[in-house]
Write a protein that binds this ligand. Structure first.
Ligand code: MG
Length: 397
């Protein structure tokens, strides 16, 4: 049976979230951006009014202001966007349990066989869009196709608030003329490699010999060839959680950092989100990794092995130590990230369950952080913050 796959992609997600709590932004050019007081800040998410002036993601602020002097800039609040994202996923899961979140602002749904419940797939998409708009005040675009890849392509075609159906018979007209770099899954490096062998459009990719592609790109070459031909048998995995390899957060700072104390605060804020996700998905990891991008764009990652945990305090302790060990006050930092990975397998989970069944110190810590998670679930991430974030010192992002 042919499948009915939807990709729901939120439009200008961060700034749309901000508009739900600052209605005065509606209809005006606005963007979520790094600290506007600092020239080195960048645009993270412009709304569609700002895009009309040519304002784009990652554009530096003074350039954005030149294009659009009236633009309203809002500092980022990732905790708030995470919460909104969860609300979006909750709405989606009311339509079908087969929801696979692909990123903070998009998810696939498998609606095969849902016709009896919702009418046509197009009607279902219309209902989803309406529901998200009326319940959460957020706009989205939806792509409908027979597989995940084509649904993703379709969702990109009409923004904002567009619903696009893409059939395989339309590929020659709608997909193949596009430059290969626009294809989902093809990064800059892959695009360059493809260009070097004379492949510039997705159509040329689809018409290439698979052997030539696998020669240049390995297995991935074959996969790209299949996708360019509109073939993608991969299932929508509602338990993407099981596939989860790591949980991480990173942030580009509004100005370059040279102060270790401030850098630690950033790491703590990020760890707070990482820990709360890890606990939500019951993922205890044994490796903590930090990412540091310097102002010259050189990037390093450093790892540390620890006893399996999903506690914010443990993740933070390892992250802060890594940061300290690799600190060089002469090298300004523009991005920081932290991730937990190397998760315990189910079998080990069983063992640790019994380990924790006595009221050990670890168990108490878990209860404490679980209680914090619950309060946040109810009242929002900003209700409880680690004490260090409440100090008067300026938050650097
Ligand atoms: Mg998206």
């Amino acid at each position: 049976m042919e499948r009915a796959i939807l990709l729901v992609d939120m439009n200008a997600f961060f700034i749309s979230c901000e508009t739900t709590r600052r209605p005065e932004l509606a209809g005006r050019p606005a963007a979520v951006a790094g600290d506007p007081k600092h020239r080195s800040g960048i645009i993270l998410a412009p709304n569609y009014e700002a895009r009309k002036y040519g304002v784009k993601t990652t554009m530096v602020l003074h350039q954005a202001r030149k294009l659009c002097p009236d633009i309203v800039l809002v500092p980022p609040d990732h905790g708030f966007y995470e919460r909104k994202s969860r609300e979006v996923m909750q709405v989606l899961s009311q339509f079908t349990p087969v929801v696979e979140q692909n990123s903070i602002d998009e998810a696939w749904l498998d609606a095969t066989g849902c016709e009896a419940l919702f009418g046509s797939t197009l009607e279902l998409a219309q209902r989803i869009m309406k529901e998200i708009q009326s319940k959460l005040g957020l706009p989205c675009s939806i792509g409908i196709a027979e597989n995940k890849f084509l649904a993703k392509v379709a969702a990109d075609m009409k923004k904002p608030m567009g619903i696009t159906m893409l059939g395989r018979e339309e590929l020659d007209e709608k997909l193949w003329p596009l430059p290969v770099g626009r294809m989902y899954g093809v990064g800059k490096q892959t695009a360059l490699k493809l260009n070097r062998i004379g492949v510039f459009t997705i159509g040329q990719l689809a018409a290439s010999k698979p052997e030539l592609l696998s020669d240049k790109l390995g297995k991935w070459g074959n996969e790209l060839h299949r996708l360019a031909n509109g073939i993608d048998p991969s299932p929508v995995l509602p338990h993407a959680i099981d596939e989860m390899k790591s949980i991480g957060r990173s942030t580009t700072l509004s100005h370059d950092l040279t102060d270790l104390m401030l850098a630690k605060k950033v790491i703590l804020a990020l760890t707070d989100e990482v820990g709360s996700s890890a606990r939500k998905y019951k993922k205890r990891g044994r490796t903590i990794q930090i990412t540091i991008k310097y102002s010259d764009f050189k990037t390093i990652t450093r790892q540390k092995k620890i006893a399996a945990t999903f506690l914010t305090k443990d993740i933070y302790a390892a992250g802060a130590e890594l940061l300290k060990e690799n600190w060089n006050p002469k090298q300004p930092i523009r991005l920081l990230g932290i991730a937990i990975t190397n998760f315990e397998s189910d079998e080990q989970d069983q063992i640790s369950f019994f380990d924790f069944s006595t009221e050990s110190g670890q168990k108490k810590e878990e209860k404490l952080e679980a209680a914090v998670d619950q309060i946040r679930e109810k009242h929002g991430l900003s209700m409880i913050k680690p004490a260090i974030l409440l100090s008067q010192e300026k938050n650097p992002y």
